[in-house]
Design a protein around this ligand. Structure first.
Ligand code: PAF
Length: 296
C-alpha cells in the first residue's frame, strides 16, 4: 500500500501519519485524556531490525497504550562534513515497517515544521547539553548532542509521550536524553533497549549500508574487541582495555577514535560494580560506534 504525505494527517490501514506538529499534538493530547499511555520511538527513518526491536519493546508496556514513531532526519545533529544529504530516506518502506509492527501513529515533519527559522547553527533556540556532550562522541562531533537534545525536546513537547524508547547502541545519546528529561523536568520515562546485532556481532545501524563488502566483514571486529575486553573484567580496567586494544590492533585498517571505560552514567570508571566499554572507529569513510556492559 502506498502512502502520500499531507499537511494534516491520513490513515493507511490502522496507521495514521501526521506531518505537522499542529496536527499530531491534539491527537496525542486527546489519547492521553482518554487514558491511553503514549509511547514514543524517535527515529531518523531507514528503519531496520534495531528500530523494530524498539517498537516490540514498547509494545510490552502494560496498560492501554498507543505507539508513535517519529521519522525525521534532523539537520541540527549533523556536522558540516557529515552525511546529511546522503542519509537514507526510504519513507514508503519505513511506513510499511511501522504498519507491520502495528504502530498506530507516525510523525513525519519537514525541516521547516521543526525549525521555523531554519536549521543553521545560530538560527533558533537550542538545548545546551552540559559537559558530558563534549566527551566521547562530542570530541569528534562537536554540537552533535545539542542537535539531538533539541529535536528530542521538541518531540517530547509536541507528542507528550509517557514513555520514550532509545537504543543502547547510541549509549551516550541515551544517557544524555535521560539526563535532559531529569534536569528539565520532562514528565517522560526514558527507556534504553539492548542493541540488536547481526549474526557476526555487528551492531545494527542505518549507516552500515555505507560499508564496502570488505569493511562490512572487518566491522565485526569492534564487537569482538568489546567482548574480549568484557571477558577479562575480573582482572580490572587496564586488562579490559588491553584485551580490547589487542583485538582492534589485529585489523590495522580500523582507525580507532576512542576506546574508553566509564561508569554506567558515563562518569569515571568505577573500581567495582557495573561499567560500560565504548568504542568509536572509522572503516573507510564510515564511522561506527558500539558499547557493551562490563562488571568489575
Ligand atoms: O538516534 C537517532 O536516530 C536520533 O539521534 C534521534 C534520537 C531520532 C534524534 O534525531
Amino acid at each position: 500500500m502506498t502512502a502520500s504525505r499531507t499537511r494534516g494527517g491520513f490513515a493507511t490501514g490502522a496507521l495514521k501519519v501526521h506531518s505537522s506538529p499542529a496536527a499530531i499534538a491534539p491527537v496525542t493530547r486527546a489519547l492521553r485524556a482518554a487514558g491511553r499511555r503514549v509511547l514514543l520511538i524517535p527515529t531518523m527513518g531507514a528503519l531496520h531490525e534495531g528500530h523494530r526491536e524498539l517498537i516490540r519493546h514498547a509494545r510490552m508496556t502494560p496498560g492501554s497504550t498507543v505507539i508513535a514513531v517519529s521519522i525525521f532526519v534532523n539537520p541540527l545533529q549533523f556536522g558540516p562534513s557529515e552525511d546529511l544529504s546522503r542519509y537514507p530516506r526510504p519513507l514508503e518502506a519505513d511506513l510499511e515497517a511501522c504498519r507491520e509492527e502495528g504502530v498506530e501513529l507516525v510523525f513525519t515533519p519537514q525541516v521547516e515544521d521543526m525549525y521555523p527559522d531554519g536549521a543553521g547553527a545560530d538560527s533558533g533556540t537550542t538545548i545546551v547539553p552540559g559537559r558530558l556532550a563534549d566527551q566521547l562522541e562530542g570530541t569528534v562531533r562537536p554540537g552533535h548532542f545539542a542537535g539531538v537534545l533539541t529535536v528530542v525536546a521538541k518531540l517530547f513537547h509536541i507528542i507528550g509521550p509517557d514513555v520514550a524508547f532509545f537504543g543502547e547502541k547510541d549509549y551516550q545519546q541515551l544517557i544524555l536524553v535521560k539526563k535532559m528529561a531529569r534536569d528539565l523536568d520532562f514528565p517522560v520515562h526514558v527507556v534504553g533497549v539492548p542493541t540488536v546485532r547481526e549474526a557476526d556481532g555487528l551492531a545494527l545501524s542505518s549507516r552500515n549500508v555505507y560499508l564496502s563488502p570488505e569493511d562490512r566483514v572487518r566491522a565485526a571486529t569492534l564487537q569482538r574487541a568489546l567482548a574480549a575486553g568484557a571477558s577479562v573484567s575480573v582482572r580490572g580496567p587496564q586488562a579490559v582495555l588491553a584485551a580490547a586494544r589487542d583485538v582492534l590492533a589485529q585489523e590495522p585498517t580500523i582507525d580507532v577514535e576512542y576506546l574508553e571505560l566509564r561508569d554506567p552514567d558515563l562518569g569515571p570508571v568505577p573500581a567495582e560494580g557495573p561499567a560500560r566499554l565504548l568504542v568509536a572507529a572509522r572503516l573507510g569513510t564510515t564511522r561506527l560506534i558500539d558499547n557493551v556492559a562490563v562488571r568489575f
